[in-house]
Design a protein around this ligand. Sequence first.
Ligand code: ZN
Length: 608
Amino acid sequence: MNDLLEDTEPSHCIENFRLAAGISRGEYHGMVFQDSDLYKWLEAVAYQLSVTPDPALREAADSAIRLIVQSQAPDGYLNTYYQTHPEEKRFSNLQNNHELYCAGHLIEAAVAFARNVGDTRLLSVACRFADLIDRTFGPEEGKLHGYPGHEIIEMALVRLFRQPGEKRYLMLARYFIDRRGQAPLYFEEEARRDGNRSFIWNETYMRYQYYQAGKPVREQTAAEGHAVRAMYLYSGMADVSAETDDPSLLEACRALFDNMASRRMYITGAIGSTHIGEAFTYDYDLPNDAVYGETCAQIGLCFFARRMLNAQMDGRYADVLERALYNSVLSGMSLDAKRFFYVNPLEVVPEACEKDDRLRHVKPRRQKWFSCACCPPNLARLLGSLPSYAFSAGDDTLYMHLFISGDVCAALAHTEVRLSVESEYPWDGRIRLAVHTPGQYGIAVRIPGWCRGYELKVNGESVPSEPVSGYIELNRLWRENDIVGLDLEMPVLLMRANPAVREDAGKLCVVRGPLVYCLEEADNGSGLHLLRLPLNTVFEVRDEPQLLGGIRTIRCRAFRESRSFAEGQLYAPACRADETAETQLTFIPYFAWANRAPGEMAVWIREI
Ligand code: ZN
């Protein structure tokens, strides 16, 4: 973002702030939402600084914050694109120009900095801008009755309200959500005011669904349009419903989540089946090679699933959160954390990505940076805030969603609870929880949806119990150093897709615990489409500490089609059964793919 990295496309992001602050002279460059990259990075830094003091990082963040403070206009407005284009009118193109989106990211970073670092300079900037937005938008006459083309400010305003901030931030978030999709459609009015500005999605089937504005949000029942925007909107809806006790809004969230998770989500947790509009398409349309599956969309899915879990402690939300997190979120980043995927495919043939324009968005190797660099800093802020996804503190019960090793300190209604977790998850299912706070309270552990068998013990003694909505709650008088032991069976499973998913018909997918596995050319040669798995194959799980940063591979016997065709022969009569030769396959976790020489990759393998 500061354009100091060699061999990397300049971002111009920080330079845009210098221009807005009047420190530099020149022209704005980059996307209209380039500011958001810096805000997302600052949010990630806030989480990181709260864990590890790092003077160099602190200084870098400091200088960015000083620059942001200098860039803010006297009335509180802050958007470097509009500040460097004074001929364009503020808030005149909500449909496309991301001012409210950038404001949302500013607020998210500001709250994170105040909460995690205790530095409120950015919060002051964010509040002044939020106040200006509140003076500009709302139901009153003379205000704009619009809402953002790209959502996020809804959940950001709720966060600002919870900081704690003023109630009008929450009311503004609710206004944006309630106005969305109401007739007459604001984006049409806005386009007319702007001399009948053309609307690029008008000619498509998707139309206003691209912005989740085809209908009022409470009438929406299917996940539609741009997948990142959808996840951010639904997350904001869940936040507003939680703070305003709005059952109709929560009901809409449930319907949208169910539609997405049961009909429009890949087995890796990826969402967005088409690159056209980076969008959802229709039920069961899940092409493996042409998928979009933007890293940000899966990050947004984690936001949404986490919020649904807050609304209702139901393990199926945690199952989706975990599925995305361990597979299609993590695949967005290389093992050395220096290269990134925008698109997360489930099937790759490098030549197709290069020569078939329908697949040009799919890359066989991760890139250092993007002109639209939304994903890398989004990953950083999600991973930095991971602890907040692992546990929930109820009134008298601590809920454990993710089995991540570490120390936990959580405030229940009447007591502060400390405990520590030890696990090698996701490689095995042995989880140990040591209690450090004596007293009467509940600890609820999640039994993942993929798990068919488990054993739960307290101090070595079995506790017979059935999960309720995916959790087993142990409510007792805890003594210091009590040990809760949870052993989740983690066999290798072969999965099938619903028969309505045409792309996966006759195919199988290998999973173990929360991890989806894939085949790569590096281990299995090219022509992965020729491979066939028998249902009764026997799997061997191997610990490979030297491979791909330390993974467990899965090996099994399979078959490869070997029918020989004459040179130049494209077709031949199918007069006998396919010839096959026995072969050995090596599967690696999907998140670790594309960390060696580029080659073919496949998640779904044909069944013999
Ligand atoms: Zn992205």
